[in-house]
Design a binder for this molecule. Sequence first.
Ligand SMILES: Nc1ncnc2c1ncn2[C@@H]1O[C@H](COP(=O)(O)OP(=O)(O)OP(=O)(O)O)[C@@H](O)[C@H]1O
Length: 593
Amino acid sequence: MKDITRAIKYFASYLKRYWMSLTFVVIVTIISTYFQVKAPTYMGKAITELATYLGQYMNPATHAVASKTPFYNALIAMIVFFVLTAITMFISSFISSRISAQASGRMRIGLFGKLQRMTIKYFDTHQDGEILSLFTSDLDNIFNAMNQAIFQLLSQFALFVGIVWMMFNQNTTLAWVTMASTPIAIVVAWFIISRARRFIDAQQDATGAMNGYINEQINGEKIIITQGLQAESIAGFMPHNEKVKEATFKGQVYSGMLFPLMQGLSLLNLAIVIFFGSWLVVSEGMDKAVGLGLIVVFVNYSQQYYQPITQITSIYNMLQLAVTGARRLSEVHEQNEETSPESGKKISTVQSGVTLENVHFGYNSEKEILHGVSINVKKGEMVALVGPTGSGKTTVMNLLNRFYDVNEGAVKFDNVDVRDLDLKSLRDHVGIVLQDSVLFSGTVGDNIKFGKPDATDDEMIDAAKQANIHTFIMSLPDGYQTNVDDENSAFSTGQKQLLSIARTILTNPAFLILDEATSNVDTVTEARIQAAMDNVIAGRTSFVIAHRLKTILGANKIVVLKDGQVIEQGSHESLVAEGGFYSELYHNQMVFD
Ligand SMILES: Nc1ncnc2c1ncn2[C@@H]1O[C@H](COP(=O)(O)OP(=O)(O)OP(=O)(O)O)[C@@H](O)[C@H]1O
């Protein structure tokens, strides 16, 4: 019930701007239903008039006065009503499709916009596939429901009410006879739908598990090939496929049963209606022509009567999926967004330095990761952070850029707490080169200009030269115009890092964070990256997280982090002389290098 309230709120928030169009759809649907349920009465009238005409025509006494005009009039009225039904249905379906497309378009924009305002925590705690499925399966389910189910629900409900109303208007006894089998129809439809739904749910679960397996195997394809495990991989796939096949088949069997069964029930009902109708006509001594007309009218209503029951029960599944989708999207919209203070201080450069003051931090309340960390980076200095894996180096970087807020203590730029700084201004002046460099679709030039789209070509080339990547770019078929998606220009990890350094150089950040930018590359590329890093660091206040200690020998200060605490800090020489943890780390690495 909570889900339904949430879904209604979600739909209402997007649909309220279309209230005029929606009201129009409701009115047109009611008019359309009126035409649809009224048409059979003219069909009945046409039959009555035809029977009357034939009676008069056959009788020599009335032969001369027999006229087909009333029959033709009723026939024309019937056709007009059928045509009007079709036209109004088309209008209503056209407008509701437009509303659905526009509303789901807005939902998509709303979701994408929301994601752009979300905290890093959200992305750290949700898988890519999970986020992507909000756009693919959830929004699709919502669109389908809005486009088909809601319109269907409205029109079928109106049809049901209209038919019942018209039947009672025409003949109460026959109306009850037609409706007598309703409970059976509802129970049958409900049983089949709930069985089918169980298998459809099982099918979705099995498909999810199968996709997970495929994803894992594709990611590990290199290991599978090198270890010759292809046959095992296929063997592991088989049970997943089998489960999907079974559940799909059973689901289809049940949902496929619904229409034939309802059709059968409807035909049985038709026979009952004809039987009782004829009995009624005879027992009430009705006029032959009127009685015939009445039976024709009820034959028609009885056929139409089952349609809403079948349709409404069969769209239940679609509605259920849309309710789930709306709940999942509402949950995203309820997530915290990044906050920037009302009139946050703006920064343009680093005047005195960047400091962490007695910082305590944990990603969640159960586990503290940093326990009172204090680091001071003076203006123009390069400070390097080293420490074993899991010691909290990346966490420090996350706090410097305000991806997360500290629990205790403070991160300060020129003695101003980052929480008091304008967030955009902070991000504009902090440049980051991450461990995994990402290229966006577009050209090499677009990628370098990503952070500063209005940069001139000369500025772009200058940044690429400083990043040691210009010569490589010029060797590509289209130089800076080369598309990064082009399969002939696949970029190595090192080249991606150099492009990412060029991108950072172009934004000319006041404070620079380099996160393990030299891991995963060969020694030649490492030397090029080192030179590029030296260029980007020169004259800037910077903070480097490095695993390869020789890349940070020139740092003004090295801070050693262990288990979330600073255990040593000083210059390379002084730390080596101290003979502590750093000294041991350095000598161990020198052996391997
Ligand atoms: N998003 C997160 N949510 C919860 N815990 C996290 C998150 N990111 C990191 N951690 C935990 O915080 C601790 C410090 O991780 P961090 O990534 O800062 O270490 P690191 O020194 O950068 O390690 P490495 O050298 O391996 O990159 C680890 O115990 C890790 O499991």
